[in-house]
Ligand binder design. Structure first.
Ligand code: UDP
Length: 402
């Protein structure tokens, strides 16, 4: 099991000592996290790393997954889209299925914890089906700045029952929600298989195994096949880049179990980029493989994150940690992680011409790309490593229990 001591050489002793001190009052406290997938997406990624470290410092932390039927995940994906601004036909049937799935889960999942932390909208109604004997926290990872009002009114009814709401940025704080809010910026784990140092030999072997040639520069977007990640326009942007500078585009997106739209969007992209895929200029990958993500983020000349909504966008921080410059949309949580012109470039997500020009500039000037990448790593070291999240979590728990 991973231990906090392993991070000393990356973050220094001061923060390790702060974590140990903050955990001291909380020894024996039992925390339960519930979300809806073990892998695919940023929430699972963070929980996978954070939970062992909380246990290591003495806070007994457990993680359960909300089991859901395919119909349930189809509905919650519609909810996810509507929370980020899409229209929705919010029928009684959808609401009933949403509630029923949560109620079923509650009937076989006993909660015996001192604090329950629920992630995102899928398990949000669980609070209705338990006798509340402890604080319940709702942690929202999505972009809440333009929710569909009808859905938001419905979800607010559940959120009101919570003791605390955690969002990823101040811009997601909701004035119409009279529940205390906290802000915790997401993080990456520098020692996870996705982010740890790997050898050139392993990078080469991994790329070969997945059929990614390295004979020309690679630009990459690592994202679920999701409309908000805008893969279709990444392809259009790539076509503009390719006309000026020969390079290859990799779109890497594993299929999360709670995201039924992934396969449809993937198929749309296959049609759209048919010729480029045939000529191996565009490579689509759908495997779940952390070393592959690690290798791609290291080998790429530029990492792209052309989202049109983005709660945070862990992929930006992941790439910067590997000293790879990023060209990403100036929306959601992305500008928090980037200094325009210093760690890469922030772009208007609807202006693919300028986005392409930024990528071309980096491809043409590897010296500048290297400078931006190095700045990126330092920014991540200061603000977005897992140890900072542990401090935030422990401070919040001290506030509730200390
Ligand atoms: N991810 C992955 N494999 C993939 C696509 C994504 O491991 O094929 C990971 C990615 O590296 C990151 C997370 O899933 O850790 C995505 O988090 P982000 O915040 O960028 O977006 P989300 O999917 O949560 O909207």
């Amino acid at each position: 099991m991973r231990s906090i001591d392993e991070y000393r050489h990356i973050v220094g002793d001061k923060i390790i000592s702060e974590i140990i001190q903050l955990a001291r009052n909380l020894h024996g406290l039992r925390i339960l996290h519930i979300n809806s997938t073990y892998y695919g997406g940023g929430v699972a990624e963070m929980l996978y790393s954070l939970i062992p470290l909380l246990n290591d410092v003495g806070v007994a932390t457990d993680w359960r997954i909300l089991r859901g039927t395919p119909e349930f995940f189809t509905i919650t994906k519609k909810f996810h889209n509507a929370v980020q601004g899409d229209p929705i036909n919010l029928t009684d049937v959808k609401k009933a299925l949403y509630l029923q799935n949560n109620q079923d889960f509650a009937s076989y999942c006993k909660i015996d914890a001192d604090c329950v932390i629920i992630h995102d909208p899928q398990p949000l109604p669980l609070i209705r089906f338990y006798k509340r004997e402890q604080p319940w926290i709702w942690r929202c990872h999505v972009d809440l700045s333009h929710p569909n009002q009808q859905l938001w009114d419905y979800l607010r009814g559940f959120i009101l029952r919570y003791d605390r709401v955690i969002v990823s940025d101040t811009k997601y704080m909701k004035e119409d929600l009279p529940v205390p809010h906290s802000i915790i910026h997401p993080i990456i784990d520098p020692l996870s298989s996705k982010n740890r140092e790997i050898s050139q030999a392993l990078i080469a072997k991994t790329l070969k195994k997945h059929g990614v040639p390295t004979d020309k520069p690679i630009i990459t977007q690592i994202s679920r096949f999701d409309k908000w990640k805008d893969p279709a326009n990444v392809i259009e942007m790539y076509k503009l880049v390719k006309a000026a500078f020969d390079c290859r585009l990799v779109l890497c997106g594993s299929m999360a179990t709670d995201d039924p739209e992934g396969i449809m969007i993937y198929e749309k992209i296959v049609k759209l980029a048919n010729n480029e895929i045939a000529s191996k200029n565009v490579i689509l990958l759908t495997v779940e493989d952390n070393i592959l993500v690690n290798a791609l983020q290291r080998v790429s000349a530029v990492v792209i994150q052309k989202s049109i909504r983005e709660g945070f966008g862990l992929t930006v921080t992941e790439a910067l940690w590997k000293e790879t410059p990023v060209v990403a949309s100036n929306i959601g949580g992305i500008p928090l992680q980037m200094v325009d012109g210093e760690t890469g470039y922030l772009i208007d997500p609807y202006d693919i011409k300028t986005g392409a020009a930024r990528i071309i500039a980096l491809l043409q000037n590897p010296g500048e790309a290297k400078r931006l990448g190095a700045n990126g790593r330092e920014l991540v070291r200061k603000k977005f490593l897992i140890t900072r999240h542990l401090v935030d979590d422990l401070k919040l728990l001290n506030e509730l229990f200390g």
